[in-house]
Design a protein around this ligand. Structure first.
Ligand code: SAM
Length: 408
């Protein structure tokens, strides 16, 4: 009985090492798609080995099959070393080395357990040690199959910012000039259409909460002033900052109140004192740079306690890839490459977590989508132009774009 349990020891050690690898190391780093799939492949090959003793009697051909599968499995688990070399640090390398040693030991001990159990499920009067062996073989298969399901369902450590992301093209805003306001053959027309929905929502929300009070509002990455200018027209004291001096000039030209303070500034380093603003807006900006934590930290710093933070960005889902990246590239004229980069899209849960870390509690999240069953949408698909009748709408689904607000 004791010796039967002993054969289970390498498997237990391997389980502990795998858990450490999964929860201590994989979660701290990026897992590229191929490595993630490779891990699932390793587990599948291991499962195939473990299934042999459970399903087959230990005859010579079956032993050859088991040996072949075991050798392939031992080789297979080393394949990711090319990726590990780039992405892992010392501790994880050491753990992998331990796993490479444990893996053949587990397979050898499984082979011995197989012998101990004997001629398989057909034997009539099994000894207690045989029964225990059978249970242990079954337990191994159940645990490894469960781990495989976990691996497939959960891609650990996947961060949007994988190494080698294409660089987002933020220079396009510089050359737009008046096209910010009148181009229909450019994706900026979609931004304008989206801004129509967002601006009225922000204004209505502020009115409901603060009534006619004039608020100090900062519009971060304000672009051509689609939000800043209407907010100023509604009586608020608005500051708009953007990296693009050209865009700021256009925004200024369209400010009928002549009251907005437009400043060239990097959102990663705001030159305002702590707690300066009642409201901060970041529309269509978080997906334009990798340093989201930094810009939200800065926004939170310059927001007064109890102040509001409005945002709009894109979710990282296959649907948003199809509609917000590929759809726009295929159907809207003059869409430059890398205007959006999928890896920079942000899942709502990620945004909520960043906000929480920076002292902002997200209170409202609303999905945003284009109205697809309209003539304007059809016209865009056929002509590549986005007319001023093109509309966006709020939707319960946050699969594509979403906006919301958080309170400090
Ligand atoms: C998609 S536009 C959004 C403009 C505006 N918020 C709107 O919704 O109409 C993105 C803007 O981000 C600006 N931008 C990019 N990186 C920036 C940074 N680090 N700091 C400030 N603005 C930045 C670009 O110049 C551009 O105007």
């Amino acid at each position: 009985m004791n010796s039967t349990l002993l054969w289970f020891l390498p498997f237990s050690l391997q389980g502990l090492a795998m858990a450490l690898d999964e929860f201590a190391f994989h979660r701290r780093r990026v897992i590229p798609r191929w490595e993630w799939l490779g891990h699932a492949l390793d587990t599948s090959a291991f499962l195939a080995c473990l299934a042999c003793p459970l399903l087959l009697t230990p005859t010579t051909p079956h032993l050859w099959l088991f040996g072949g599968l075991a050798a392939a499995s031992c080789l297979l688990i080393t394949k990711d070393e090319f990726i590990h070399q780039r992405l892992c640090k010392g501790g994880e390398h050491w753990l992998h080395a331990a796993l490479f040693l444990l893996h053949p030991l587990v397979l050898i001990s499984t082979g011995f357990l197989w012998f101990q159990v004997g001629p398989g499920p057909s034997h009539e009067f099994p000894m207690p040690s045989q029964l225990l062996g059978e249970w242990m073989l079954l337990l191994q298969v159940i645990l490894v199959a469960g781990f495989l399901v976990f691996q497939l369902a959960h891609r650990p450590g996947l961060k949007p910012l994988e190494e080698g992301l294409p660089e987002i093209n933020n220079t396009i805003y510089d050359g737009l000039g008046e096209r910010w306001y009148d181009a229909t053959d450019d994706p900026v027309a979609l931004l304008r259409a989206e801004a129509r929905l967002r601006t009225s929502w922000v204004m209505a929300t502020l009115w409901t909460e603060f009534g006619p009070r004039s608020l100090a509002i900062l519009d971060v990455a304000c672009g051509g002033g689609f939000l800043s200018n209407p907010l100023a027209a509604a009586g608020h004291v608005v500051t708009g900052i953007d990296l693009s001096a050209d865009s700021l000039a256009v925004a200024r030209n369209h400010d009928i109140t002549d009251s907005v303070t437009y400043l060239p500034m990097d959102a990663r380093k705001l030159s305002f004192a702590d707690g300066t603003f009642d409201v901060i807006c970041m529309m269509d900006f978080l997906e334009h740079l990798p340093e989201r934590e930094e810009v939200i930290r800065e926004a939170s710093r310059v927001l007064r306690p109890g102040g509001w933070f409005f945002f709009h960005t894109f979710n990282r889902t296959p649907l948003s890839w199809l509609l917000a990246i590929k759809g726009v590239e295929w159907f809207v004229k003059n869409t430059p490459r890398n205007m959006h980069v999928y890896g920079l899209f942000l899942k709502p849960s990620e945004l909520v977590a960043i906000c929480a870390r920076e002292g902002l509690e997200v209170e409202v999240l609303r999905g945003v989508r284009p109205r697809v069953f309209t003539w304007a949408f059809l016209r865009m698909v056929i002509t590549g132009r986005v007319s001023d009748r093109f509309r966006f709408a709020f939707t319960p689904s946050r699969q594509v774009g979403y906006c919301g607000w958080a309170r400090k």
